[in-house]
Design a protein around this ligand. Structure first.
Ligand SMILES: [Zn+2]
Length: 268
């Protein structure tokens, strides 16, 4: 009896993976089994963020064909060479007619070699304007550029807020995002012993500050290094958060799911 009880409890937990690239070719062959594995541990909704304009069509096709998948559309700061200024117009026309749940993933990345902040800002700013115009939340990718991003967010004061995905900043930067109404995306990084700063952020902030994510196929959990990441692992991220905070996993599931629903209005 004891053996079956935890599995039964997991079955009734509902989790949302707020960031997974299920449109990437690495999921082409076995997407359905990846989704059933996720369902078996309670992960039943998936936000799939856009990366480059030429892949938006495919992303919308995949998310439209699979129950529980929600598209976000945006131009990722790590793929500057792929972006053209006409992509912004295309983004606007898609936001008008498609049911995107967010603008993303967009942001600033000064960690990549040859990062050009001005060029990244030139694509970030019009996308922030579009999010504001259409009342959509943001899915933000930010590395080594949190202060610059906070400055942009303060200037615009978006009502719909958003999530800083795979948050990697300092405790002070976390506090500033939270004060502006943004949430922090917690994924595989939290499962590594060396992520002490992130552990403190997870422990010392209100539970409604966080949403779950995996960034599949990237950022594998510490127990699965070198493997393709999958949305089912969001349940293990929740478990690690529960241990860090000294709370039950059910509470983590309930609150992160509620926060994700409040943020992304098209979620069921
Ligand atoms: Zn991503």
């Amino acid at each position: 009896m004891q053996l079956f009880f935890p599995a039964l409890k997991l079955h009734y937990m509902q989790l949302i993976d707020t960031h997974c690239h299920l449109d990437f070719p690495v999921f082409d062959i076995d997407l359905q089994s990846v989704l059933s594995e996720a369902h078996s541990v309670g992960v039943d909704q998936f936000i799939v963020p856009g990366v480059v304009a030429e892949k938006w069509g495919h992303l919308l096709k995949v998310t439209g064909a699979n129950h529980g998948m929600h598209p976000a559309l945006g131009l990722h700061p790590c793929f500057m060479k792929h972006h053209k200024s006409a992509d912004i117009e295309r983004l606007e026309s898609l936001l008008q007619c498609e049911s995107a749940c967010a603008v993303g993933e967009i942001g600033l990345d000064l960690f990549i070699p040859d990062a050009d902040l001005e060029q990244q800002l030139a694509f970030l700013r019009p996308q922030l304007e579009l999010a504001s115009q259409y009342g959509l939340p943001l899915i933000l990718h930010v590395r080594k550029a949190h202060d610059q991003m906070l400055k942009e967010l303060r200037r615009l004061q978006l009502e719909a807020g958003g999530v800083v995905h795979a948050f990697s900043g300092s405790e002070q930067q976390a506090e500033q995002y939270l004060k502006l109404g943004y949430k922090l995306g917690i994924g595989g990084t939290v499962t590594y012993d060396r992520a002490k700063k992130l552990h403190r952020i997870v422990k010392n902030n209100p539970l409604e500050s966080f949403v779950l994510e995996t960034d599949s196929p990237d950022i594998p959990l510490s127990a699965y290094r070198g493997e393709r990441n999958v949305p089912a692992r969001a349940a293990e991220v929740a478990q690690v958060m529960a241990e860090i905070r000294g709370e039950g996993i059910e509470r983590i599931a309930e609150m992160t799911t509620r926060t994700a629903r409040e943020l992304f209005k098209t979620l069921g």
